[in-house]
Design a protein. Structure first.
Length: 338
C-alpha cells in the first residue's frame, strides 16, 4: 500500500484582546455575521501568533517536534522584511536544524496552496512530516475609521500537522488553482513595498464617499469587486474539483470554504448548488482571519463530528491576488488528542 500526505492534526490560537462590532452599522454587521474579533496586542507579531498556534498543536497531539522535516508559514505581514519569519520560528519552536523553513505570501487562498505545497514536498520524498502555519495580523494594517473593512477582519493563527500515511488513495487530492492578477489592486496596501518605498512615499489619508478613512499604508479593499470575483470564479472551481475527484455533490461529507462573511458564503453556497451539503459558515466570534479561516473551520467541524465520517471534505479558498484554490481532503486519519 502506498503512502500519501495526510492531515493529522489542527490547532489554533486567538490573541486575548477582543473588539466588538456593537458600534458599527447594525444592518452591515447582520450581513457580515460578525459580532466580535480578536486583535493582536501592540507588541504581538504575526510570528508570535504562529508560535502560539504551533505550541497548542504540540500540546494537543503526540507530535515529536524533532521529527518535523519542513515548516511552511503563510504570512502577508512577516515580522521583518528579512529574514523569513519561518526561519525565526524554526529556532523558537525547537525544530531540528535539518528542518526546511520558508514563508509564502498569500491571503485568503493560502491554506489550499499550503496543503498543495506540503503534499508536493512529502509525496516527492523530500519530507515526511510538515508543519503548516497560517498567521494574520490584518487589524494592524486597517484604519479603525474604515468601517467597510475594520469590522470584517480578525487576527489569529493556525497550525496543521501533516504526515505520510498508508492508504488506498491520496488523502489530499483534486487540487484546482487560479489567478487573476489583472485585479491585484482590489485588495491592496499601496505603499510600503519596493514599488513605493517607505522612506520615499509620504503617508496620505483619504476619505471615500461613504466616509471610510484609510491611508496608502493601510488595507484598501473593493468589496463589490471581491464579491463579483467570488461569484464568478468559485462555482467553476467547485465543478473542476468535483470533476477531478470523479464525485458528485451528493458524495461530499462537508464543505469548508474561506470564511469571508456570512452573506457571501450563503450566496456562494446557493450559486455552487451546495445547499444540501453540510456547509460551515460561522465566524461570528473571530471574523475573517484570512488564510486561517479554513483551518479554524476545520477545527470546529472536527470537534463536532467523528473524523471517520469526514472522508470527502471540499475545501475552497479565494481572495487576495486575486487568487483561488480548492481540493478534496480526507480527514479520517486525524490523530487523537492527548
Amino acid at each position: 500500500m502506498k503512502k500519501y500526505a495526510c492531515i493529522k492534526g489542527i490547532a489554533t490560537y486567538l490573541p486575548p484582546q477582543v473588539a466588538s462590532n456593537d458600534g458599527e452599522d447594525p444592518r452591515f454587521i447582520k450581513k457580515l455575521g460578525i459580532q466580535e474579533r480578536h486583535l493582536a496586542g501592540k507588541e504581538e507579531s504575526a510570528g508570535d501568533l504562529a508560535y502560539e498556534a504551533a505550541e497548542n498543536l504540540f500540546r494537543r497531539y503526540d507530535i515529536r517536534r524533532e521529527e518535523i522535516d519542513f515548516l511552511l508559514l503563510c504570512v502577508q505581514h512577516p515580522d521583518h522584511q528579512m529574514p523569513t519569519t519561518a526561519c525565526e520560528l524554526q529556532a523558537r519552536l525547537g525544530l531540528p536544524n535539518s528542518c526546511g523553513a520558508l514563508d509564502y505570501n498569500l491571503g485568503c487562498s493560502g491554506y489550499s496552496y499550503g496543503l498543495a505545497l506540503a503534499k508536493g514536498l512529502m509525496e516527492a520524498g523530500m519530507a515526511e512530516r510538515v508543519l503548516l502555519l497560517t498567521t494574520s495580523v490584518y487589524l494592524k494594517y486597517i484604519n479603525k475609521e474604515d468601517h467597510a473593512c475594520y469590522p470584517l477582519f480578525g487576527d489569529g493563527a493556525t497550525a496543521t500537522y501533516l504526515a505520510m500515511e498508508e492508504g488506498e488513495a491520496p488523502f489530499l487530492h483534486s487540487f484546482v488553482f487560479g489567478t487573476d492578477g489583472s485585479r491585484y489592486d482590489k485588495i491592496i496596501i499601496p505603499a510600503g513595498g519596493s514599488r513605493n518605498m517607505p522612506r520615499e512615499t509620504p503617508e496620505v489619508f483619504e476619505t471615500d464617499e461613504r466616509g471610510n478613512t484609510r491611508s496608502n499604508y493601510e488595507v484598501a479593499m473593493d468589496g463589490t469587486a471581491i464579491t463579483y470575483f467570488t461569484l464568478r470564479e468559485v462555482p467553476p472551481m467547485v465543478e473542476q474539483v468535483l470533476a477531478k475527484a470523479g464525485i458528485t455533490r451528493e458524495d461530499l461529507d462537508y464543505c469548508v470554504f474561506h470564511q469571508a462573511n456570512k452573506f457571501m458564503l450563503e450566496y456562494v453556497r446557493k450559486k455552487c448548488g451546495l445547499t444540501e451539503v453540510p456547509f460551515h459558515n460561522n465566524i461570528e466570534k473571530i471574523g475573517n482571519t484570512v488564510a486561517g479561516t479554513i483551518p479554524f473551520g476545520l477545527e470546529e467541524v472536527l470537534a463536532e463530528h467523528d473524523a471517520g465520517t469526514l472522508r470527502r471534505v471540499l475545501l475552497a479558498g479565494f481572495g487576495v491576488g486575486l487568487s483561488w484554490g480548492g481540493c478534496i481532503a480526507d480527514l479520517s486519519r486525524k490523530l487523537e488528542k492527548k
